[in-house]
Design a protein around this ligand. Structure first.
Ligand code: CDP
Length: 793
């Protein structure tokens, strides 16, 4: 592990990629307001789609009268579930093998569910016409509480499923129950705690939407959509709608944030496509903010019982957990097929344990479907929160410093690759230096001294620590697929005759800066300046197949593909160079951007000269085709396992119970760093996510199933006012199997920060004898905790 590297690196070395902090190539466009988002797409004759949504959480549909809406002068079509049934499109598959209603046919199952849609000449007319649709509902008893959903006699939400008589979705377990029980039975200390990760929403700046343009003459569908996975979406549209895949083009232009919320296919996309097929015109559908918050993919919603067993002197022996997972009305969880609980299996964290076990039950409720991986690799956020909270509970019981407890239990550097007790193979890690660096930046000992002084004066200052290991870069195709599609990524590189290049990716950026960093990776490998390399993505007609961007998989999978495709082009360039320099291939040496004759650097040819020769007149060496391009499909050997140490300092106002995050130190290790400036931006964003989840955000429901977080007036997200000046640092432990040693980082901070903040708040409340409090730690919750009011059920 090192913490500083010189700029510029030779291939196969693990130094940061050259051009390090180069400014983002995409920013001149964004800061001038020239980004092109889906809602900017205007096509001649385009119509607008609006969706009628259920006002209630659970009801039988008695009748739908669309006569008045159809009579509206600007309305072109009104479509109900009955009409979609005739087309075989009323139901669609979810990412996790369930089915979801595109438009409700029999019942509505959550407030905000899609019931009908209108296509009209403009957005206003479409919205107006929704009010002319008369739906008669027979309201049923809603099931909102996940525990109640499992009780015998609870109303059955999914009576559309053959033979379904309860609300149970699946049971899942990992680890060794008996071995874990044995360790628990003989442990000195066992601590258990009920820990809730509330339902939250990714809430991207740009809501979901699309423009569907179906050409009736040649049967071609072009869909501009807010999709994090254009290729996978195209395949699913082909399978579901029966349209030939080669006649579908999905374009994801600039996207205003995805955070996992733009991975699923939502009913709105299907409605717009049907609207375009029915009317023969392009149709635009854009959600408003409330529709986004109430109907598109939520995240988390886990009720967890965490248990930890240890020796009295703080050696952690085992952890186990029992989880109730609320999946809403349809199981729309986004995760590789074999992982119904996502990557929750990494709940053993960064610690060397003797045993671990998890049991999980997933349940339907009358809430919006989802379970999307909001800025995390498939439920890792929940896993990290559980272990980092329960370790702090143990520290509380043992009266040990939480840092000391963690360091004592870290997996040691010589144990990597490390197989966890739940079967995950951590590729590399060196945890203690990362932790020590965070302690040093924070001035941990001084902070503890300050805390003691303040406590003596009755002030509530808290210091929270978290240490996380993520599993990102899904994934090896032997283990991971989404609906049968393997999770490998394609990449294509073409070098034009004049030495400029275009790299085509299967991943799709939503603001992470791929146009810059992927150009940097290729530049480093092939020696063409990043400014001369164009990055093309987000268009199925222009890029090779791959599964898209989520779960911080772009760098681990497509980043590797970009490095390897560049090496493939370089290998071909070497053959051409040998002919140009009239020496054998073995006599050539590569120095970024040029081949020269070994021992005679003056005799050299640049990559640009080689590119011209590859396309130019004259013979090429035997067996070498013209042109300078290559394509690959990269299948990762393993996930990458970034880690990080976070320290948060909070002050709580004893009069109002308001929590203020005073300082936050984040030291991240994502292996080889491509662009440190972009990494810092990613970390700042994720830390802000963490403040939101820990202190403010929750999609709550009343007992009738009314969503209480349906606008940004109710669903609070953090602004610059609620966050401190972030203090970041890094260490570098390269991934041994990634061609440039890089691991993902896009979501590390979202994963690692909530436990650090909650641990800090709980630490501040220690004088009240508090060991745990549930997120979001709003003033009212902290106030109740200070007064001993029991936690909400
Ligand atoms: O899949 P996603 O792009 O969301 O996540 P990521 O692969 O972690 O990358 C997020 C951004 O950080 C991209 O622009 C990466 O190229 C950049 N990054 C980096 O510069 N160095 C790393 N080791 C990892 C990511």
């Amino acid at each position: 592990t090192v913490d500083e590297r010189p700029a510029g690196f030779e291939n196969n070395d693990h130094k940061p990629v050259g051009h390090g902090r180069m400014l983002r190539k995409e920013d001149p466009r964004f800061i001038r307001g020239k980004g092109r988002y889906v809602d900017d797409v205007q096509l001649p004759g385009m119509l607008h789609c609006a969706i009628l949504r259920s006002p209630v959480a659970h009801a039988r549909i008695v009748s739908i009268d669309t006569t008045a809406a159809e009579a509206h002068p600007k309305v072109k079509a009104v479509v109900t579930g009955a009409a979609l049934t005739e087309l075989g499109l009323a139901w669609m598959p979810t990412l996790s093998g369930d089915v979801q209603a595109v438009l409700a046919t029999d019942k509505v199952r959550f407030q905000g569910q899609e019931v009908a849609f209108v296509v009209a000449e403009d957005r206003y007319a479409a919205r107006d016409a929704l009010e002319l649709i008369d739906v008669e509902y027979d309201v049923l008893d809603p099931v909102i509480d996940v525990r109640r959903a499992l009780e015998p006699g609870a109303p059955v939400i999914r009576d559309d499923l053959d033979g379904k008589t309860d609300n149970h979705i699946f049971d899942w377990e990992t680890g060794d129950e008996a071995a874990t029980e044995a360790v628990f039975a003989s442990a000195d200390v066992v601590v258990s705690e009920d820990i809730v990760y509330p339902r939250v929403h990714p809430a991207p700046m740009e809501t979901c939407g699309c423009v569907a343009d179906y050409d009736r003459i040649d049967g071609r569908l072009t869909l501009w959509s807010t999709s994090q996975a254009p290729h996978a979406h195209r395949t699913l549209y082909a399978i579901v709608a029966g349209l030939p895949e080669h006649k579908i083009r999905v374009i994801s232009p600039d996207i205003g944030g995805g955070f996992g919320g733009k991975v699923p296919i939502y009913p709105g996309y299907v409605c717009a496509i049907v609207g375009s097929i029915v009317t023969g015109k392009p149709v635009k559908w854009m959600e408003d903010r409330s529709e986004n918050l109430t109907s598109t993919g939520f995240a988390r919603d886990y009720i967890m019982r965490g248990e930890i067993a240890a020796t009295r002197d703080g050696k952690i022996l085992a952890v186990r957990t029992n989880v109730l997972a609320d999946h809403g009305a349809f199981n729309g969880v986004a995760a590789p097929v074999k992982y119904p609980a996502g990557f929750f299996g990494v709940f053993t964290g960064s610690y060397d344990l003797q045993a671990a076990h998890c049991k999980m039950t997933a349940v339907y409720t009358n809430k919006a479907p989802g379970g999307v991986a909001y800025a995390c690799s498939f439920r890792i956020t929940e896993a990290v929160y559980l272990i980092e909270r329960i370790v702090d509970c143990l520290a509380y019981e043992l009266q040990m410093d939480p840092v000391e407890l963690r360091i004592k239990n870290f997996i040691q550097p010589d144990q990597f690759p490390y197989r966890t007790k739940t079967g995950w193979l951590y590729d590399s890690g060196d945890y203690e230096p990362t932790m020590r660096k965070a302690l040093e930046i924070a001035g941990y000992d001084e902070l503890r001294r300050e805390q003691a002084e303040r406590r003596a004066c009755g002030e509530l200052m808290g210091i929270g620590v978290s240490f996380f290991t993520e599993a990102v870069g899904a994934g090896p195709r032997k283990d991971m697929d989404i609906l049968g599609l393997g999770m490998a990524d394609g990449c294509e590189l073409r070098v034009h005759p004049t030495g400029k290049a275009v790299v085509r990716l299967s991943v799709q950026t939503q603001g992470q800066g791929h146009e810059t960093t992927f150009a940097q990776i290729v530049a480093e490998e092939i020696g063409i300046p990043p400014a001369d390399i164009d990055v093309v993505h987000g268009d199925t007609d222009q890029t090779p197949f791959g599964l898209g961007t989520y779960g911080s998989r772009s760098t681990p999978v497509s980043g590797a593909a970009a490095a390897l495709v560049a090496r493939k082009v370089r290998d071909k360039a070497r053959l051409i160079a040998s002919a140009m320099l009239e020496v054998s291939v073995a006599d050539l040496e590569w120095q970024k951007g040029a081949f020269h004759v070994k021992g005679d650097p003056a005799k050299s040819v640049t990559i640009q000269e080689i590119a011209m020769r590859a396309h130019g007149a004259g013979d090429l060496p035997e067996g070498v085709e013209g042109g300078l391009e290559a394509q690959i499909c990269y299948n990762p050997e393993n996930l990458t396992y970034p880690h990080g140490a976070y320290i948060c300092v909070v002050d709580i106002d004893p009069g109002t119970a308001q929590v203020k995050v005073r300082r936050f130190v984040a030291v991240d290790d994502c292996g080889t760093r491509i662009n440190p400036m972009i990494i810092e931006g990613q970390v700042h964003r994720g830390l802000t996510d963490g403040v939101g989840m820990a202190l403010m955000e929750m999609i709550a429901f009343d007992e009738d199933g009314n969503c209480l977080g349906g606008s940004l007036m109710d669903y609070l997200i953090p602004t610059a006012l609620e966050v401190p000046d972030w203090e970041t640092g890094f260490t570098v432990t390269p991934s041994p199997h990634h061609p440039i040693g890089a691991k993902g980082v896009g979501e590390s901070a979202t994963v690692g920060s909530p436990p650090a903040i909650v641990n800090a708040v709980v630490d501040a409340l220690k004088p009240f004898g508090i060991r745990h409090a549930d997120m979001p730690l709003t003033p009212s919750r902290v106030w109740d905790a200070m007064r001993g009011v029991p936690r909400p059920p």
